[in-house]
Design a protein around this ligand. Structure first.
Ligand code: C2E
Ligand code: MG
Ligand code: MG
Length: 727
């Protein structure tokens, strides 16, 4: 028996009364109690055997130290776990067995402190200091004293609590991380955002957040089932991490919503790039349980301190931006701006008004010619819906079609368009075709072939004169159902066109199997093709070659300038639709033309201009200590045309204030009495919705500091032409 003799050292005999756990009572009874009690206890030899069995069972272990805290005994089995034998550890400081810091980084000096105070301790959680031994112990100890009351060291026990510890860590992991994707959960990220914003506002640093929502995720979940939906979310999380990089800053809020924190980023050019990368990355096809599926993503961005200082404000505003991004057609990003509150209101009002727009007779169709690019002959027209709102005038279908889709109005609207277009087409002389846009929401409804057949019947129109334009998003759903719909429509004898090719996922794969008669190459794709260095030309050539091989026609959309027309002709695109031939026209005008065979002479600008946004936007132009109200007439990334000040010399520098801290310095390059062409010193960037914004904004911190200083600049004032300058 190798229980060391030190175990015999007397103690104050108090453990017995205090109810020591396990074998402590036994040890105590053996040493500290009057001999007379021994009869009531187990015989010594028996006790030692039991002790040994207990040690060998691995359930607990014993230790003792001398007065200097050096080990005088430790159970062999536990010493081996620490890579030593019991004997090998003797003389080692007991405190060296454990890491000085526990997992929370607290109670750093607890054990040494207790030992020097000669205090007793119970079940103190301690972490093994030995490499490769990631173990936690609950350690108890009792100080020992000799008969003269002198401290002689410690005796104690320990148990392995690693398993409990791990499950506690798992539980706290569960509380902080999303169990499906392993990303931070809502609770975790909101804590993090709170902490970041609090720290950053002291340091006057900025912090952006992105809220992200998957487009059409519900469709995948509904058609492929929840396990597939879960598998998809995992892949989305992986892609997000790859793009964003920082694991701790990406979270899943629940469902198909994600949030990303981007500390120290306020450059909206950079944020726009990140958002675009995310959207493009998540829009690539997924392989889920053997099925291929495609979803999209929309992103809303808000930046502290500009768009809010508290996490509540920032998240609410990012959410509003997300809502705007979705409203603008999904697959987009949007930055928060205070105008969005009004926009969200407007959208709700529009939805209300759209409900009775049809019965009020506010909805009409107009028709845009589709022209053979070689002969300039019109071969058909595309029906385009128009809504003239009683107060707000013409509203773009780009705005109201998504509202109709969301508000379940698209079915009613779509049926009306089909019937009206067929009826109108039946009145045209000759056999000119009519193309009708079909929303993916309509395409997903199994009633569509019946509605189409009824529209053709009612109008008495030959089916091959009707062409249905479908976008790539119809391939997102269940492949079998999509194929059935294609078959049913083909059985009716109508033609099918793939619209907006080049904007979505643009996979050539399904072109081979889907029975399209035509591919429409999107406007943005053709526009880019004229930019030097663009590879779109080569891609268009490939699309055309493929379409020809599959016996399909091609239409280039949105051709405005003669150089674009020349390019698509050179690339053998068979048809062209665009302002270079004709804008959409009302039915009445169409009837005039179709009398004979209709040829249009192309006309338009020789070249496509650097995207200029024509607008009427009141902004401030600051010069010295004067602030002029001017109107921006058109705007590009590099400059603008302003109106409102008279005779400004070329070379004058202004600070243009676009509002909300958006300041750009600009120099007058051309001056034409009441108009000036100005060039920006910092280029503007896309706001994700076809508009422009400044890269960075003047921080509210700076504005607060600046208002405390007064400008001593006194440059002469210019004469103004705007009434509101007087105000
Ligand atoms: P889309 O089907 O790609 O239609 C072509 C759009 O490009 C039309 O816009 C047309 O006016 C415009 N466009 C044509 N040539 C040019 C050009 O040279 N330059 C420019 N800048 N634009 C040109 P619109 O009429 O505003 O329609 C927008 C979209 O709204 C359509 O895109 C289509 O997706 C949707 N839409 C229109 N009518 C209907 C409809 O009846 N039902 C459904 N579901 N969607 C519709
Ligand atoms: Mg179309
Ligand atoms: Mg299109």
């Amino acid at each position: 028996m190798d229980v060391p003799s030190r175990m015999d050292t007397g103690d104050r005999g108090s453990e017995g009364e205090e109810g020591q756990r396990g074998f402590f009572g036994l040890i105590g009874s053996r040493t500290g109690k009057p001999r007379g009690d021994a009869a009531a206890n187990l015989p010594t030899r028996e006790a030692l055997l039991l002790l040994r069995n207990y040690e060998e069972s691995g359930q607990g272990w014993f230790w003792s130290t001398d007065a200097k805290g050096r080990l005088t005994y430790i159970t062999d089995s536990v010493a081996r776990l620490m890579g030593r034998t019991g004997g090998g550890l003797l003389g080692t400081a007991f405190t060296d067995l454990f890491l000085p810091v526990d997992s929370q980084g607290e109670r750093q000096r607890t054990l040494p402190f207790l030992l020097t105070r000669q205090s007793k301790f119970d079940e103190l959680p301690l972490r093994s200091a030995f490499e490769g031994d990631d173990r936690w112990w609950a350690v108890s100890g009792r100080p020992q004293f000799d008969d003269a009351g002198r401290f002689t060291g410690y005796r104690g026990s320990g148990t392995d609590i690693t398993a409990q510890r791990r499950s506690a860590e798992d539980a706290s992991r569960l509380a902080l991380y999303d169990s499906l994707t392993g990303l931070a959960n809502r609770f975790n990220i909101s804590k993090k955002l709170d902490a970041t914003l609090a720290a950053f506002s002291q340091q006057q640093r900025s912090c952006a957040i992105m809220l992200l929502d998957l487009d059409r995720f519900k469709q995948v979940n509904d058609t492929l089932g929840h396990p597939a939906g879960d598998a998809l979310l995992k892949q989305v999380a992986e892609r997000l991490l790859r793009i964003v990089g920082d694991r701790e800053m990406v979270s899943r809020l629940g469902g198909d919503e994600f949030q990303i924190i981007l500390p120290d980023v306020e450059d909206r050019g950079k944020l726009g790039d990140i958002a675009s990368d995310i959207i493009a990355g998540l829009s690539q096809p997924y392989s889920v349980e053997g099925s291929r599926c495609i979803i999209g993503a929309s992103v809303g961005v808000a930046i502290a301190p500009f768009d809010g200082l508290s996490s509540d404000d920032l998240v609410r505003n990012a959410d509003l931006a997300l809502y705007a991004a979705k409203g603008n057609g999904r697959g987009r990003f949007a930055f928060y701006s205070s105008e969005l509150h009004q926009a969200a209101e407007d959208r709700r009002a529009l939805e209300e008004d759209l409900r009775d727009a049809l019965t009020r007779g506010e909805i009409e169709l107009c028709y845009q010619p589709v022209v053979n690019s070689r002969s300039d002959m019109v071969t058909g027209v595309e029906a385009l819906i128009r809504w003239t709102h009683r107060d707000r005038g013409v509203i773009s279908p780009i705005l109201f079609i998504p509202i109709a889709e969301e508000a379940n109005l698209i079915w009613e609207l779509g049926e009306w368009v089909l019937r009206k277009a067929c009826a109108d087409a039946a009145r045209w002389p000759g056999d000119m075709r009519v193309a009708v846009n079909v929303s993916p929401v309509q395409f997903a409804n199994e009633d569509l072939p019946r509605i189409v057949a009824q529209a053709l019947d009612a109008a008495g129109l030959a089916p091959d004169r009707l062409e249905l334009e479908i976008t790539e998003s119809v391939f997102l759903g269940d492949t079998a159902e999509t194929n059935r719909m294609f078959e049913a429509l083909k059985d009716l004898g109508v033609r099918l066109a793939l619209d907006d090719f080049g904007t979505g996922y643009s996979s050539l794969g399904y072109l081979q199997s889907a029975p399209f008669d035509k591919i429409k190459i999107d406007q943005s794709f053709v526009r880019d093709a004229t930019i030097p260095g663009s590879r779109n030309g080569a891609i268009i050539a490939a699309i055309v070659a493929l379409a020809e091989a599959l016996d399909m026609e091609t239409t280039a959309e949105g051709i405005e300038s003669l150089d674009q027309l020349e390019l698509v002709r050179k690339l053998n695109v068979s048809h062209v639709q665009g302002y270079v031939y004709s804008k959409p026209v009302p039915q009445a005008e169409l009837l005039e033309h179709t009398a004979g065979s209709w040829r249009i002479q192309p006309a338009g600008p020789a070249r496509q201009r650097n995207d200029r946004y024509s607008l009427f936007r009141k902004v401030g132009a600051i010069h010295g200590n004067h602030r002029y109200a001017v109107v921006i007439r058109n705007l590009s990334t590099t400059g603008a045309l302003i109106e409102g000040i008279l005779d400004v010399p070329v070379g004058t520098r202004f600070v243009i204030d676009f509002g909300e801290g958006q300041l750009v310095t600009a120099t007058v390059r051309r001056s034409m009495r009441h108009q000036q062409g100005i060039e920006f010193e910092q280029t503007m960037v896309s706001d994700g919705n076809g508009g422009l914004c400044t890269r960075s904004r003047v921080s509210p911190y700076l504005i607060a500091a600046a208002t405390q200083q007064t400008s001593d600049l006194a440059l002469p004032a210019f004469t103004t032409t705007n009434d509101w300058n007087a105000a």
